[in-house]
Design a protein around this ligand. Structure first.
Ligand code: ZN
Length: 481
């Protein structure tokens, strides 16, 4: 920064979680792309406002979790990011906001490919700091491409902004002191679902509580612990500890301690909420008790990478004669169009479900009344509220979660007044958890099946828990320099 007043920092990223068990493909139209001023002003990059630097926007490509990225789509995104990085040159540093669980058709270790290309573009002397979701997977290629790292410490993720600040703090510490930190990581051969590793429940809660204390250790800048992403069949899947700092001995001790503690706890991870089959959940919901009873349809959770078009729970609540029940929502563009064609307050015959994954998702055919039609703010974003008997259900043109009360309110629905609320979700996000007087997670079928052991896998590394259970494991720290 000798000839300039302020640091020039390029910013961008790729943020998606991809399940290889999802038969769809994530394409150009599924991504929200942020460039230029829209990137800098986006809530995603709110953390930048607290730093005094010239931030140079490249490309931030963000999509709902889901299917593998089509190769051509990824190629275009990667090239656009690299081109804008070249245009931003010269830069003093790079900050990239990544998820860490992207999967590209025909290309394993997507983040390794992208980050190594960024490194090749900016050269070895420019420091690169990266933030990650704790459900991301790491590899040597990822880690040797970057200098600094911070992953979320909470699931549900309530520390997203804090994580961005941790990654930026490291970058600014590096730039202002001229000190290039060391980076080490330690793979942990355990990969579990997010529902067994919520940081609100032990043992993850206690493992993650260790991180703040490690930050206070002399010679350590930051520590992360990653659960990894389980619904992908590729060799890099792993949990991991990561430490950034300047004191290699202290860093190694911290990484080994975290790794050993996580390994020792591997058989103790259990679902944070009561769980059972769809039928068991409905039977429980129909027993007398406070309402609403929130039933999480976990196998088809779009925020975990699920398709979101399944009607297993809708079929079951209809068959059980549930009254005052709300199911939100089912991704079904043809049914949504049919509701708009029928018109509000009309009753028509609908085929619901299986519109995206007809091979495994079995539809139902029912008469339903169209209660409400809601136009979307964007194309392919219409929604319809239908009712069959005592069950109200929502069909949507796009895959989407219902994780906020505002999602219901936008449709004129009040889930607090309902006996049973069904959402496609794993662990409940804070707003829905607060809503729930009682809750159960249905171990429902779908591409993000919680019974991860029964999914077909060829590419996972041998010796990883819960697919295998090694009698012994000797943690080994890997350095990136
Ligand atoms: Zn996550």
């Amino acid at each position: 920064m000798t000839e300039r007043d302020r640091f020039r920092i390029a910013v961008g990223g790729l943020h998606i979680e991809c399940s290889t068990f999802n038969p769809l493909r994530t394409r150009d139209e599924d991504f929200d792309l942020l460039t230029g001023e829209s990137l800098l002003e986006s809530p995603h990059f709110r953390a930048l406002k607290t730093y005094d630097a010239d931030f140079l926007p490249t490309l931030y490509a963000h999509a709902l979790p889901g299917a593998p990225i089509a190769f051509d789509t990824y190629r275009r995104l990667k090239q656009a990011l690299l081109d804008s990085l070249c245009q931003a040159a010269p830069v003093d540093g790079v900050y990239l906001m990544m998820h860490g669980a992207a999967y590209v058709d025909g290309l394993e270790d997507a983040e390794g490919d992208l980050l190594s290309a960024v490194r090749a573009t900016v050269g070895d002397t420019v420091p690169i700091s990266v933030s990650y979701d704790l459900h991301g997977n790491l590899s040597d290629r990822v880690m040797t491409s970057i200098d600094m790292f911070a992953a979320y410490r909470t699931a549900p993720h309530i520390d997203v902004h804090d994580t961005h600040c941790r990654a930026l703090n490291q970058l600014f510490q590096c730039l202002t002191t001229g000190q290039r930190p060391f980076l080490c990581w330690c793979p942990i051969p355990v990969v579990l679902s997010g529902e067994k590793t919520s940081t609100e429940d032990p043992p993850a809660q206690h493992l993650y509580e260790k991180l703040a204390a490690i930050d206070e250790t002399a010679g350590i800048w930051d520590a992360s612990l990653l659960v990894g992403y389980v619904w992908v069949d590729e060799p890099r899947i792993t949990a991991a500890s990561v430490v950034v700092g300047t004191d290699k001995a202290a860093m190694q001790d911290a990484a080994l301690d975290l790794t050993q503690a996580y390994w020792n706890a591997r058989r103790s991870f259990v679902f944070g909420s009561p769980s059972g089959s769809i039928e068991e959940c409905i039977a429980k919901a129909l027993k007398p008790g406070p309402c609403p009873f929130v039933l999480a349809d976990s196998g088809d959770n779009p925020t975990g990478g699920g398709v979101g078009d399944r009607v297993d729970v809708l079929r079951a609540v209809l068959a059980s004669d549930c009254d005052n029940t709300l199911v939100a929502g089912i991704a079904d563009a043809p049914a949504t169009k049919a509701a708009f064609d029928a018109g509000q307050h009309q009753t028509a015959r609908f085929v619901i479900g299986g519109s995206l994954d007809p091979a495994t998702s079995i539809p139902i055919e029912i008469d339903a009344e169209v209660l409400r039609l809601v136009e979307g703010a964007a194309p392919r974003d219409r929604q319809a509220v239908l009712r069959a008997g005592g069950v109200t259900f929502v069909v949507t043109e796009k895959r989407r979660p219902f994780h906020f009360l505002a999602d219901f309110q936008a449709l004129g629905l009040d889930p607090a007044q309902v006996r049973i609320v069904v959402v496609k979700s794993g662990y409940l996000v804070p707003e829905i958890r607060t809503l729930a007087a009682r809750t159960m997670m249905a171990l429902s079928p779908g591409v993000v099946d919680q019974a991860v052991e029964r999914q077909p896998r060829q590419r996972y590394p041998k010796g990883i828990f819960p697919f295998d259970d090694l009698a012994e494991f000797a943690p080994a720290v890997r350095w990136t320099d």
